[in-house]
Design a protein around this ligand. Structure first.
Ligand code: SF4
Length: 363
């Protein structure tokens, strides 16, 4: 089967196999791939709107013992420039976000051996006590953080997730997926969770009623076969649980990392978006990564399958540590979306639309 026939298969509503996805990855006809990605996007999200959320990324600690070779953000325990933000500092940052009509706190950090479950429970309760009535949502941690937290707190994964949820955690970002094959994980993050452990953490989160997103970081040491395996494993788990709200592909950012290497280009990003949109027939949304690709490429990705522009972020410390420094205000995000012929709409973490009000702040 050639790429045209595979795209037609997707348009006919037939699920693509791993072999089909390999055929698409061998195709360099971006126009053809865009046709497929855009058609599936329109089927799933027929309105010509592109959503985004006003939110803030807060990295509560950069201390981490895992030493992933692709990461330029972490500091090993004992480093002079390792930090843990105080509750007061985190609340101050959230207040700044609320002042700009923000609602989503994306709270992530390293695997810090000094922070146990009680630290997170107290923090989350403080956030909800102060900002719960303002509609602030905690989109927090990631499978690697939650699994480690359960381990050092000597509780089960399920108990850990239930306690975090009861303390105020609303949802979990799909960070740390990188590529869900052990070949890649052993090469770039051998001390981190395995592909099965990552997926099992998401399975448990979905089982206790906590929705999540899912990411894919491509372009480090992965092959197209690895990417296909990643997509197929994500799709299988979604068949089982239905708990993923959005898929977010982004390219490896090499600057300042031990792994080094090259930054994947725009062609590869747009191709990845289109193929992912066709492959993941059971995930409602695909998010553009303007933080790693810049606003221009993110804008073009709206015609390849993306229907969401993610968060305003306000600050970002992880990919910026790897040399990626794009920043956009609410007005710029709306302008970029409108210029591509779509209507920008604000949303919650769970993709409920919220009514527009004029926002004058910048991030
Ligand atoms: S990617 Fe996450 S787990 Fe790996 S070193 Fe960086 S902070 Fe630690």
């Amino acid at each position: 089967m050639d790429a045209g026939a595979v795209v037609q298969k997707a348009l006919d509503g037939v699920r693509l196999t791993a072999d089909d996805l390999l055929v698409l990855w061998s195709c360099n006809d971006l126009t053809l791939l865009a046709q497929g990605g855009d058609a599936i996007r329109r089927r799933k999200n027929p309105d010509r709107r592109v959503t985004y959320i006003i939110g803030r990324n807060i990295n509560y600690t950069n201390v981490c013992w895992v030493r992933c070779s692709f990461c330029a953000f972490y500091r090993v325990p004992g480093s002079h420039d390792g930090y843990v933000l105080s509750t007061e500092e985190i609340l101050r940052k959230i207040q700044e976000m609320v002042d700009l009509e923000g609602i989503e706190v994306l709270l992530q950090g390293g695997l810090n051996p000094r922070l146990r479950i009680e630290w997170f429970e107290e923090l989350f309760r403080s956030v909800k006590d102060v900002f719960g009535t303002r509609g602030v949502l905690l989109h927090a941690l990631s499978p690697a953080e939650v699994r480690y937290l359960a381990r050092i707190s000597r509780i089960s994964l399920e108990e850990c997730l239930v306690r975090l949820r009861e303390a105020g955690m609303d949802s979990m970002p799909g960070g740390g997926a990188e590529i869900l094959t052990d070949r890649v994980r052993n090469a770039i993050s051998p001390l981190k969770d395995t592909a099965s452990e990552w997926l099992d953490c998401m399975r448990t989160a979905h089982a206790v009623g906590m929705p999540t997103t899912v990411t894919m970081m491509y372009g480090s040491v992965d092959t197209v076969e690895d990417r296909v395996e990643h997509l197929v494993r994500v799709r299988s788990l979604q068949d089982e649980t239905g708990g993923f709200t959005a898929f977010i592909p982004w390219s490896y950012q090499p600057d300042g990392t031990e792994l080094g290497g090259h930054r994947a280009g725009a062609h590869e990003y747009l191709k990845t978006v289109a193929i992912s949109r066709m492959a993941l027939d059971n995930i409602p949304h695909v998010q553009a990564s303007w933080v790693t690709q810049g606003p221009r490429i993110a804008q073009i990705s709206l015609d390849y399958g993306c229907d969401d522009f993610g968060s305003t972020m306000m600050e970002e410390n992880v990919v910026s540590a790897a040399g990626c420094t794009f920043a956009l205000s609410v007005e710029e995000i709306e302008r970029v979306i409108r210029a591509a012929g779509y209507e920008p709409r604000r949303r919650t973490t769970q993709y409920h639309l919220i009514e527009r009000t004029e926002v004058g702040g910048s991030c």
